[in-house]
Design a binder for this molecule. Structure first.
Ligand SMILES: Nc1nc2c(ncn2[C@@H]2O[C@H](COP(=O)(O)OP(=O)(O)OP(=O)(O)O)[C@@H](O)[C@H]2O)c(=O)[nH]1
Length: 416
């Protein structure tokens, strides 16, 4: 009997996953970063962006863009000033080479600044402009090295610092360690190339320069690690509830808006039902009594365990949030009313049957009431929350430890 129920549950899960997969082919549903629950400070999260949620990727790109604009502006302003320094220091025979290169560099920098300005939500463009911001001065240096007659290279005062300047600039950006490492390797190659060109390759001075650049790269990598882990922590603090680790109310509301945008993208305004989304609003029954009888710390433990149950009963695409106090909201992406009621019943049962304990290891009976509704793509998300809350109120009124379905409003054209 038990295995039959388990098999039924597995089949249900497979079916829901298939529903999601079929809408996935049109556009990816908004995902909320459950993976950030673990190892915020770990190297895994700063090494590469593979484990970052899409939501964090946007926050990260936004931050990266502000750095690209600031550093791009500094480079674009310093570049013409360097022409003055060149005019004072370099022999006039060399000026024509550096001047032409500088013009190209300045044009490139202005182009990059414009690209970063218009790339508000385009993560790839922002990353591309960040990479090009480092690649352009490097390319300028290569160009000067290649174009200049080799006997004149020694007259290039300060140009040899370009790879060092670029490696130091890496620390300004919230790059992942992998990105910075690759950029650092490119700069090391550039330094070796310049040494081959000016004849200092494998000389004492050359080896010392390589060692210095490697050390600078190590410092920049450390700066990247701390910067990115701080960013991850700030993101988490702004979007998560500190007691339960679930998403907070603000993150939930933003997520609901994203879901609606996604629903509109894949459904079009006219059709309905291809990408259903259910909202469950739940509240622990007589929670004040638990606090008053067993103490606040037991109340906190109950809240944490309840959050763990919610995560255990939902999937990666779903979102569980603490709405406030002992009120929680779960968003079930791709689930219609019937599936949402099944999930709600599963949660209700899991809470009722879980053995919550107080400090004396005595059992603390805990139950939850749940209101269920559907999120419509053409309504303010707050309306769906309000409907779920009204249904929850009804569930409480009807005796608690139960589920109540909200009445869907009648929409124009007569369909609910
Ligand atoms: N331990 C703990 N208690 C909290 C927290 N946030 C809110 N509460 C308590 O949750 C209780 C909510 O009580 P009520 O709103 O009266 O609701 P209730 O006792 O659950 O009764 P019903 O909802 O009607 O079943 C209050 O006593 C709050 O102090 C928290 O973070 N930790």
């Amino acid at each position: 009997m038990l295995s039959g129920v388990a098999e039924e549950k597995r089949a249900g899960r497979r079916q829901r996953k298939r529903r999601l997969d079929s809408v996935d082919t049109v556009a990816k549903p908004p995902e909320i970063g459950q993976e950030l629950f673990v190892g915020l400070n770990s190297l895994r999260d700063t090494c590469s962006s593979r484990h970052h949620s899409r939501d964090f990727a946007f926050a990260h790109a936004h931050y990266l863009r502000s750095r690209v604009l600031a550093v791009g502006l500094i480079f674009a302003l310093l570049s013409p000033l360097w022409i003055v320094v060149d005019a004072l220091v370099l022999p006039s025979s060399l000026l024509k080479y550096t001047l032409a290169g500088r013009m190209v560099l300045m044009l490139g920098l202005v182009g990059l600044l414009l690209l970063a300005l218009v790339s508000r939500e385009r993560i790839r463009c922002i990353r591309f402009s960040a990479g090009m911001l480092l690649a352009l001065p490097a390319a300028f240096y290569v160009l000067v090295l290649v174009m200049l007659p080799s006997d004149e290279l020694k007259s290039l005062v300060g140009y040899g610092f370009i790879p060092f300047l670029l490696v130091a600039s890496l620390s300004v950006f919230p790059f992942t360690l992998l990105e910075s490492f690759l950029a650092g390797m490119a700069m090391l190659t550039l330094l070796m190339f310049s040494q081959v060109m000016d004849g200092s390759w494998m000389s004492g001075r050359g080896v010392e320069s390589l060692w210095l650049l490697t050390s600078l790269l190590a410092v920049s990598l450390a700066a990247n690690h701390f910067q990115l882990s701080l960013l991850l922590r700030l993101y988490r603090q702004a979007t998560h509830d500190s007691l339960t680790g679930l998403f907070n109310r603000r993150a939930l509301e933003l997520h609901l808006e994203k879901i609606q945008a996604w629903q509109r993208e894949i459904e079009g305004r006219a059709s309905a039902g291809k990408a259903p989304c259910s909202v469950l609003m739940m509240d622990l029954d007589h929670f004040k009594r638990i606090n008053d009888t067993h103490g606040h710390s037991v109340g906190d433990t109950v809240l944490r365990k309840f959050a763990a149950i919610l995560l255990g009963q939902t999937r990666k695409h779903d979102c569980a949030a603490r709405y406030g106090g002992e009120e929680f909201v779960v968003i079930l992406l791709g689930s219609d009313e019937q599936q949402a009621t099944e999930v709600a019943e599963r949660i209700r049962y899991a809470v009722e049957s879980h053995e919550f304990r107080n400090h004396e290891r005595q059992r603390v009976p805990v139950t939850t009431s749940i209101g269920v509704t559907q999120l419509r793509q053409d309504e303010p998300p707050q309306n769906a929350i309000k409907r779920a809350d009204e249904a929850l109120y009804r569930a409480k009124h009807e005796g608690r430890n139960r589920i109540a379905l909200a009445e869907m409003p009648v929409v124009e054209g007569g369909a609910a």
